[in-house]
Design a protein. Structure first.
Length: 384
């Protein structure tokens, strides 16, 4: 009964100081929102990674790497049939977005640069790189686009935009540089050159090129049987090596690294709740100072120190929890809007409960000092 009365009195007090209560809780709301959004983004990161690596599919990707990077050799129809007969599983030939190189000259400089078409990027689920200068990448006409990183390697110059429009020699033929795009230093799946389908056919001499063989199995026993068969009977086994990409292992290792980073960021963002707790404490200390007379009157009318202490403890805790609930509501709405936009994010019950519990604990901790100050107020001085 006493607790109920304290709760009602505290709610009335918060309502009476509405502006101060809202502003104090707002800091907790913002801190809670940021923390929950970071936690929910972890599911988006891992789901996107899983989709890119196709880990849900019962497939394995075998690769062919020629000894000479300029050799246009890979898997053949005969290799495909060999694998299918060996393990009794369907296989299909595929081309990656990289690993296809051509001798490239600019003046007296030479580099072996990878080349692909925009269609190759789309087939491999890669985003078209950002254009830095020149014609749109979709509008190449008789010329090529080159990454800034590759052009700097060829020219050893930083001011590469001046080379736009000049010619570049690829496998003995001259082509104008029609565009320069951003070449990622991290994503090595992006080629150094983007060419048209016509230029690609010329560079390949009209041949088809497949450096990947996708098999409908992810069982290691089948994969090893297929690789052994290719090592023995593969078309270009003497000119290169066969291997396979363990997408699930790549996914698990990358997921662990991403989760560690996101958890560290979440830990740092949780400090904002701790900082907001100081705001609650400061507001309550200010409130104690302003309500000295009220506290003294309550004490004079028979209220115990413990009553005053509990009242202020409850006030600070309620301010923190109300701010946390508002932050949870805003974060939930944000996650819903993100999912409607196509970004798969998940806000779990564990995230919400842990955040709510942490905020409540901080509310209690930062209410101790104001509650002690209020409980120990001098009654006589307060009534003056």
């Amino acid at each position: 009964m006493k607790f109920k009365k304290l709760l009602i009195d505290t709610l009335k007090l918060l309502k009476r100081n509405k502006r101060q209560s809202i502003l104090t809780s707002l800091a907790i709301t913002v801190a809670t929102f940021v923390l929950l959004v970071i936690l929910s983004s972890s599911s988006y990161t891992t789901s996107t990674l899983g989709n890119d690596l196709k880990i849900e599919e019962d497939t394995a990707t075998m690769t062919y790497t020629p000894q000479n990077m300029l050799d246009i050799r890979g898997f053949t129809q005969e290799d495909k049939q060999l694998v299918e007969q060996t393990i009794g599983k369907h296989a299909r030939l595929s081309s990656s977005s990289y690993a296809l190189y051509a001798e490239t000259y600019f003046n007296d400089s030479k580099q072996n640069l990878s080349f692909r078409t925009l269609g190759d990027l789309n087939k491999n689920g890669l985003v078209v790189p950002a254009l830095l200068k020149g014609r749109a990448l979709e509008e190449l006409d008789g010329g090529v686009a080159i990454s800034d990183k590759a052009l700097m390697s060829l020219t050893r110059k930083e001011n590469i935009e001046t080379f736009l429009g000049e010619t570049i020699n690829i496998s003995g033929k001259e082509y104008p540089i029609q565009a320069i795009y951003y070449g990622s230093a991290v994503n090595e799946r992006l080629p150094s050159l983007l060419v048209t389908n016509e230029i690609k056919e010329l560079l390949l001499g009209g041949r088809e090129y497949f450096d990947e063989l996708v098999v409908e199995t992810n069982q290691l026993e089948n994969i090893n049987k297929a690789l052994s068969a290719l090592d023995t009977y593969g078309t270009f086994r003497k000119e290169g090596t066969y291997a396979y990409i363990d997408n699930r292992r790549v996914y698990e290792e990358t997921k662990a690294q991403a989760t560690t980073i996101l958890n560290f960021i979440a830990l740092l963002s949780s400090i904002s709740i701790f900082v907001a707790g100081f705001g609650v404490m400061n507001a309550m200390l200010s409130s104690v100072s302003e309500r000295s007379k009220e506290i003294a009157i309550r004490r004079a009318l028979g209220a115990k120190k413990s009553d005053i202490y509990q009242s202020y403890m409850m006030e600070g805790t309620l301010l923190s929890i109300m701010g946390a609930i508002a932050g949870i509501g805003v974060a939930t709405l944000f996650v819903i809007l993100m999912n409607m936009s196509g970004f798969v994010t998940t806000l779990t019950l564990d995230h919400i409960l842990i955040t709510l519990f942490t905020t409540g604990v901080f509310g209690i901790v930062f209410s101790i000092m104001p509650a002690m100050v209020a409980a120990n107020k001098n009654v006589i001085e307060g009534l003056r």
